[in-house]
Every structure is written in C-alpha cells, then in structure tokens.
Write a protein that binds this ligand. Sequence first.
Ligand code: SF4
Length: 310
Amino acid sequence: MSKERGFVYGPVPSRRLGLSLGIDVVPFKVCSYDCLYCQLGRTKKKTIERQSFFNPKEVLSEVRSYCEKGGRADYFTVSGSGEPTLYSDIEEVVEGLKAMSDIPVAVITNGSLLWQKEVQDALLSCDLIVPSLDSASEASFRYINEPALGLELPRIISGLADFCSKFKGRVWLEIMLLDGVNTSPEELEGLKEAIEQINPERVQLNTPVRPTRSGLAKPVDIDTLRSIAAVFGDKAEVIAAFKPKACAQGSEADDKSILGLLKRRPCRVWDLAAALSVSPLLLEKSLERLERQGCVHHVRKDGELFFTAD
Ligand code: SF4
C-alpha cells in the first residue's frame, strides 16, 4: 500500500517541539479513538488491531530524502492522521530514524495501546513520548474519546504507568480540557491521582483552539487552564500557543507545500508562514488564489480564521 499524501509533512511549528518534521505512518483516520476534539473529522476505521500499513523502508527513504535536500528539524515526530502505535512496523521506523541522524525522535500517541508489551518495546528507544489522557473517569473517557471496543480505562492508565517506569526518555502527558466536560473538581481529582500513578516528567494542559469534529468540544479560558495547572502541581504547564520567532519577508511558498500541511491540520496564516518560512502577505495571496480554485476552504473558530484542504 502506498501513501497518497506521502509520509513526511512540514516541518510544522509545534507548541512543544519547535520545528517538528511530521512522519505520518497510518492511513487517514485509522485510530483507536474518535475524540470529540479531533481536528481531522470522524475516525474512518476505529480499531485496536495493529497492522503493517506501509513498508517501513519507504517511510525512512522519504525522511532521508528530506534530510539530503538540506531539510531541517528540531524533532522527527511520528504522529499524523491517526494513532501511530497501530502501525506494527513503528519500531523499525523509530530505529531507522535514530540511526539516520542526531535529531531526537518523538512519538505523539493517544496512549491507548501502551499496556501492550510489543507497543512498549517499540517505543523504548525514542527520546520523547507524548501520550494523552483526558479523563480518569469511565463515563467522561467514553464521552470524550469514544474508544474502540476492547479498550478499558484502568488498563490504559496502568499501561502508561508501567511504560513510564521502564522508559529512559522523557514523557510529557497531555490533557485536553473541554469546558464543562472534564473540568469539575471530581474530574480533576481523578486526573491528579492518575498523574501520580503514571508519574510523567511533565503534564501539559491543552484545550481545543482549532476547529474540531464536534461543536461539543469547547475550549476553556486561559485563567481556568492556569488554575487547573496549579491543582496538578509543579509538573503541570499550560501549553502556550506557538508564536513564530520570525518570518521571511520576501519568499513565496509553493502550492504543494501549502496543501500538504492543510490536508493534515487546519492552520492560521501565521502557522503556515512559520512552518514554511515564507511571508504571511504572500501566503495570504496564495491562499486567496487556492480558495478561488476550490482547493482550500476557510472556517472561523473563536474569531480566528483557519484554512483547510480536502
Ligand atoms: S485526536 Fe488523535 S486520538 Fe483522538 S481521534 Fe483524532 S487522531 Fe485519534
């Protein structure tokens, strides 16, 4: 099976990782969850069955070609348009990336399969794992994440804890907070206990600021995020929106790069400008033209303009 959109995308300006070269190792929206806050629409195939979706050599060859052309990145980030640990050859990809350069390797995962020994083993040589956990209560977990059959919350939490106890790299646990859903004192108490059990290096609090698949996923305000961080203690931090340090003023992005990013995630103009190192003004012109051609659409979310592509 080949990958229509290619395996490599970006580099994307990441709130946490700086310039992150995305490596997408699953077919579009194959995932063990169907989260309310997903930016990619509904899950097309909900499963916990791991598969060799693609040839790992093809994945690595695309990354190698990016590097050989002088492409830069602060992180190789295995993630993308579904749950990357469903890819049964992820270990070969991680090992290949580690052998290719000194760029650290991160995996962004929903954490739902980390109770499986083969998944734990596959990720042990990574530098950073960013798993998510949005609730420690069964009802909210099912409501927010809509997990596949066979996934049980206590097993997921103990799997995360077990992995953290063995892993030599860094683990940053991400919690997506949804207004009125997982922010009650009971929810926060449950999450606090789960954090103590899992013992990650950091706890990162997020809230949906981009368009999501469901209007039920409402963001919490920054003051609430800060007070929740205080409840969780010193490890907790609010992930601030990434601000580009500087954008080139004169260069223009090619349509392929713009569409490649927009097909994977909705972006604001400055997200794209930072990712592609191009002028926001020229980018706006390209986006207008691509929108007239029907290749790009815009959507408003909380007063901000996001662009997407099919
Ligand atoms: S947010 Fe991540 S884990 Fe949740 S449905 Fe989307 S791809 Fe899957």
